[in-house]
Design a protein around this ligand. Structure first.
Ligand SMILES: [Fe+2]
Ligand SMILES: [Fe+2]
Length: 302
């Protein structure tokens, strides 16, 4: 018999982690062998649904041939994929630190390492995708690179999990659209399919963890946290479209960025992809009446 009963939340935390470990054992993929990396890429295939390309519906869009439009969608997805690698590396670092503070005999810590293993495979898969499309780099922008290092210094677990929820829900929504659309590039869809399956577990790990941390936060800490998450979300979304996406298509980068910023289709894409994360943060009280206008101005909330 145990002489000290664990707190009820610890039981729940362990049960959740045990469930996630079982799901990981059943449904994990090795993208290096699951995906046919040598299949030729059809230059006329879009990688994203047309109406999710930043310039869709603008006068600039009309200046491009259908093949150039398809190429732009591939570059946009490659750029978003590079942003995914950047975020996964930051997340993995945060998870390793989380394990370092914990005890690896718990299922909770064991699952954190399992998630790191997933993300290792994802980042390698993403890099392979980027290289396969001919997009020139998997590196983030200089700004994101610096902010990532800042996160290494701050090591804020709450921001790690909240950032994971935002980025993973956002990416999940985008990739589910790709999986459903059979007209899209098969390689992009194969990558999305593996990612969607494995990321559902990550979201199921991060949400209750953030709920626990949030419940223990005082009002001052919450106020700082609300702002911090907004900064991170804006940065992550800005990172989706690197300026080289437009340069590679022979477009004037400034003109293209202005057109995208003013494009209602692109605003709607971001709102749709952010919807589930924002609903969760609103229910929890992380997004409140004071910060909601900032999320709206960022084009992430209706
Ligand atoms: Fe991932
Ligand atoms: Fe993940």
């Amino acid at each position: 018999m145990r002489d000290t009963a664990p707190a009820p939340h610890a039981d729940h935390r362990e049960q959740n982690a045990a469930r996630l470990l079982r799901a990981s054992a059943r449904h994990s993929f090795d993208p290096l062998t699951e995906i046919d990396w040598d299949a030729p890429i059809d230059p006329d295939h879009f990688a994203l649904p047309q109406h999710r390309v930043t310039l869709y519906g603008t006068p600039l869009w009309e200046t491009l041939t259908p093949r150039q439009q398809a190429r732009l969608s591939v570059h946009q997805l490659a750029s978003a994929t590079a942003a995914g690698i950047w975020f996964e590396l930051v997340l993995m670092e945060g998870l390793i630190r989380h394990v370092y503070e914990g005890d690896l005999t718990t299922r909770h810590a064991q699952y954190a390492l399992t998630e790191v293993a997933d993300e290792c495979r994802h980042s390698t898969m993403f890099a392979r995708y980027i290289a396969a499309t001919g997009y020139p780099s998997a590196r983030p922008s200089a700004k994101a690179h610096r902010r990532g290092k800042l996160h290494f210094l701050l090591n804020d677990t709450a921001i790690t999990f909240a950032g994971a929820i935002f980025v993973e829900e956002f990416t999940d929504a985008m990739q589910r659209e790709m999986v459903r659309d059979e007209s899209l590039q098969p390689l992009a869809r194969a990558v999305a399919r593996i990612h969607v399956v494995e990321e559902a577990r990550h979201i199921g790990y991060a949400k209750p963890e953030l709920e626990r941390i949030w419940a223990r936060m005082g009002p001052a800490r919450r106020a700082v946290f609300r702002r911090g998450l907004l900064v991170l979300a804006r940065l992550a979304v800005a990172e989706l479209v690197h300026p080289r996406v437009y340069a590679l298509s022979g477009l004037d980068v400034r003109a293209a960025e202005r057109a995208a910023a003013a494009n209602e289709h692109w605003r709607l894409a971001r709102v749709d992809w952010a919807r589930k994360a924002l609903a969760f943060f609103t229910d929890l009280g992380v997004v409140d009446h004071r910060t909601a206008p900032h999320w709206r101005r960022a084009g992430l909330l209706d």
